[in-house]
Write a protein that binds this ligand. Sequence first.
Ligand code: SAM
Length: 248
Amino acid sequence: KGVLYIVAMPIGNRADITERAKEVLASVDCIAVEDTRHSRPLLQSLGITTPLMALHEHNESQLVSRLVDQLDSGRSLALISDAGTPLISDPGFPLVRACQQAGVRVCPIPGPSAVICALSAAGLPTDRFLFEGFPARTSSARCDQFSRLKNESMTLIFYESSHRITESLADMARVFGGDRQAVIARELTKLHETILSHSLDELCQILEEDANQRRGEFVVLIAGASRNEDEIDPEAQRIIEILLEEMP
Ligand code: SAM
């Protein structure tokens, strides 16, 4: 049987590709990419001439069984994303699951991912964190999503694009409270890399005043809800209420 390699790519700085990633990409029979126009120049600059095929969210489910058959018959495949680690807010989950089910080996080739890159430098607790991917697209769905996370004590991590960063931050300030500490990690590993650590209100203001701070790609990290020593854990409170109702 062949092997499916899940290969992490740089999130901006091309020098972040690993030696092992280059070896694997050069040796497999085919590389599945999100967008051939995006990945071809980078692969060419690395001297990698392996054939490419497009695998994106729109054709992934149709292609999965064909790819699993090919892997089953001994061909090896590498999956890459436009940036970072495949499957992390990117395509690949149906393929990996189908390979697992078909007994095809899935081999991760680790490397950059914006979520871990941002967390490592944000100065917020890293021992427990909750990665939420992209917030919902509409303001009301976003506010519902944030409300469910309001009392969460883990560091919260979101991806966001330049199109929605100001709206998302405003909703975060509204739901989590303007004085909640947060970090915006922008354009990581690139020329304009910026890591800003402030309250949500201050971050909203910085972005409002400086259009440059609204450009590029963003990871937003929110400090978890602080646990007051006297405060009862919301889950414990819920259980106490259920028990009290049941008591004679
Ligand atoms: N698979 C990627 C990973 O492992 O990080 C994430 C892909 S997701 C479609 C793209 C989002 O990741 C961007 O909108 C942004 O939120 C985040 N991102 C990617 N590269 C980034 C960078 N250099 N700086 C900050 N955020 C980045």
